[in-house]
Design a protein around this ligand. Sequence first.
Ligand code: AMP
Length: 281
Amino acid sequence: MQLTVAKDMESLQEALAGLAKAGKRIALVPTMGALHAGHVSLVKLAKEIVDEAVVTIFVNPKQFGPTEDYGRYPKSPEEDIKKLREAGAALVYVPSADDIYPPGFSTSISVGELGKILEGKSRPGHFDGVATVLTKLFLSILPHMAIFGEKDYQQLCVVQRLAVDLDLPIEIIGAPTMREVDGLAMSSRNVYLSVEERKIAPKLHEVLESVGKVIASRKVSVKSALDQGIAALGKGGFKVDYLELRQAETLAELRDFTPPARLLAAAWLGATRLIDNIVVE
Ligand code: AMP
């Protein structure tokens, strides 16, 4: 199927009507653009589990804090379309900020406590912005499924909570994190890293893996394994925001290792904030 690029609500609805008429089941892959192989893996997964992938590209102002990188977030519109065409996406919706938030817009969706811990603590309001835009995209596209990367693990949990709480008839699916060969999780923000920082960056994943192994061995307390990890990251040149072991669904704190568990980290490397997470089993 040829890729349709919809730049406004009317052309989006026209293209969606075409897909519905053809009896296609669709999966939504929301993105902020500057696409890499991680995003492409979600589109490919969509094509495996349903008939067609519908992608959105929207840098959502509401999920950026006042001092964050909204104004300089990387953009590569032509390359994005090329990658989506190659991956076999059927439709990409690229709305403007005014389309999504016209003058007078004032509604906000909040997932409560789940959006206030970890990333939410460092980035107040971030998940309300995420939940608000996703609710709008879900309602205007009404996909059968929506696919999110485990790279943003808390976001995946937030969206799952949102879908359950609002009785959204959309199945939320998590997909594995795509990594560079040296283990660094792919991210649109990796382009911010200097050559020197890029060499250090894989250490975040390395430390997660080693701390995960120590926790799973149950030889030392969770706290002491985490403290060792924080110290290793600090020594490696990171400024650690958090390194925490959490219950995999509720993201409740885990003082003892009780599967299913997730180890999540955020750390600054110079002016760039990196996040990553792994399962601990
Ligand atoms: P973003 O454009 O950063 O908002 O990401 C859009 C979607 O792609 C989200 O569901 C992310 O979790 C997912 N994603 C981002 N990076 C990766 C990655 N390295 N592997 C898999 N999925 C990813």
